[in-house]
Design a protein around this ligand. Structure first.
Ligand code: HAM
Length: 422
């Protein structure tokens, strides 16, 4: 029986995996420069964490979680995002007690959401995310946005920009909530059943509805920016000033709402404006979540972060015709002429690899011509050709495939010869 891959998942095979490795290396390097340290949390958590952390009214918790009972009848959920898990780990490992604050963390890895698969929407996808805990300095908000922006730029993306908004503090959000309920209430029957539920549960969610996005009441809906109190307004101004100081090209979208409940003050998405990209434009999103650490049972601690979708970043790169500079070559390929030479090559190969070079040989009993063809196909920088005559003299012929130059070197100095040439 043939078993296929589950819907909404994919294999990353050689030829493609190099792009992923490149993006992961870039993420580690960027995190190092911004001084964020890596954290690794489990792929599954107690379901309750996401119910409380992500929010009961969100689509994620309502219909997208991979939730299952384990053999001891515990309800567990494959992580749909990284923030709730990192918050849990921050509390459980008492990182709030670290002398060095804010605590700046990053992660890379797969997330799981039971969504209707389409281009850019998968059931298993990967995020590069960061979370910074313990500071309410608006400069940190700007740092987080700058880091997301730098990552996109360093992948070569030119048409991705941060789209930012402020959701304000609790007081501002309450005032806005009341205004939203008033705005939608009389005509809520014209909206989908989800929106009807959202009206009382979390009316902000209505603005994010994919079904009713064309409704006229959506465009005229009251914006949070009109309801920001003085403090929230000043905070947003400072975030913008810092971004201006960094010359970051951002867009303000007064209607930007995020799909997760925990945000306040700064909320942003990294949007691709490339016309060639399909309907899904957000390659990342993030914002401030003061209050979430308490919600999950920790001490009062502010937080802010982002999650960038590596899958969508790859699609955005494709749309922009941006290829990653991935190197698939190997340093040296051995070609054996005759059985004696062939027997001698494994030991040479071993020495090269021990010395840090990438090298390979034929294992399919190929003829000499076909071995050379392998070297070409594998993009070898050098071909080391060993015949019986050379072997008898303790020598080996080296061909530089880029220049076509050929030289002979002693078998004893092969490693140092190649190292020097590379
Ligand atoms: P999010 O907006 O739900 O935020 O996801 C962040 C990014 O993950 C999206 O912009 C997208 O690129 C990618 N993504 C989400 N769902 C899918 C999917 N089904 N298929 C492919 N890619 C997807 C969060 O997850 C928050 N935890 C971000 C955050 C961190 N906020 C503060 N800290």
């Amino acid at each position: 029986m043939k078993v296929n891959i589950p819907r909404g998942t994919y294999d990353v095979i050689p030829g493609n995996v190099e792009k992923w490795q490149y993006m992961e290396e870039k993420a580690h390097d960027l995190a190092r420069r911004y001084h964020y340290e890596e954290i690794r949390t489990p792929m599954f958590e107690h379901t309750e964490l996401f119910q409380r952390g992500v929010g009961e009214s969100t689509d994620i918790v309502q219909k997208e979680m991979y939730t299952f009972k384990d053999r001891s009848d515990r309800s567990l959920t494959l992580r749909p995002e990284g923030t709730a898990s990192v918050v849990r780990a921050f509390i459980e490992n008492k990182l709030y007690g670290e002398p060095q604050q804010p605590v700046k963390l990053y992660y890379l890895g797969p997330m799981f959401r039971y969504e209707r698969p389409q281009k850019g929407r998968m059931r298993q996808f990967s995020q590069f995310g960061i979370e910074a805990f313990g500071s309410v300095d608006p400069a940190l908000d700007a740092e987080v946005i700058a880091m997301a922006d730098s990552y996109c730029k360093e992948l070569g993306l030119k048409e991705v920009k941060p789209v930012i908004n402020s959701l304000g503090d609790m007081e501002s959000r309450e005032a806005h909530r009341t205004a939203l309920v008033e705005h939608f209430q009389a005509r809520i029957h014209e909206f989908c059943s989800d929106c009807q539920r959202r009206l009382n549960q979390n009316p902000l969610r209505i603005l994010d509805c994919k079904v009713d996005s064309g409704h006229e009441l959506m465009k005229s809906a009251p914006s949070i920016l009109e309801y920001l109190n003085e403090e929230s307004r000043a905070f947003f101004e400072q975030v913008k000033q810092h971004l201006d100081g960094m010359d970051i090209d951002y867009v303000i979208d007064r209607n930007l709402v995020r799909g997760l409940d925990y945000y306040n003050h700064t909320a942003f998405e990294m949007i691709s404006f490339s016309e060639k990209l399909g309907a899904i434009k957000a390659v990342g999103g993030g914002g401030r979540y003061n209050g979430l650490v308490e919600e999950v049972g920790g001490p009062e601690t502010p937080g802010i972060g982002f999650g960038l979708g590596l899958d969508r970043l790859l699609l955005a790169m494709d749309a922009e015709g941006q290829a990653l500079p991935v190197d698939k070559s190997i340093d040296c390929y051995f070609v054996a002429i005759g059985e004696k030479a062939s027997e001698h090559i494994p030991a040479l190969l071993y020495r090269l690899r021990q010395a840090g070079l990438s090298a390979d040989k034929d294992y399919m009993d190929k003829k000499v011509k076909a071995q050379f063809k392998n070297a070409d196909r594998l993009n070898a920088k050098f071909v080391a050709v060993l015949g019986e005559d050379e072997l008898a003299k303790g020598e080996i012929n080296i061909k530089n495939l880029a220049t076509g130059d050929q030289e002979t070197t002693s078998l004893d100095t092969l490693v140092s010869y190649l190292k020097e040439k590379l």
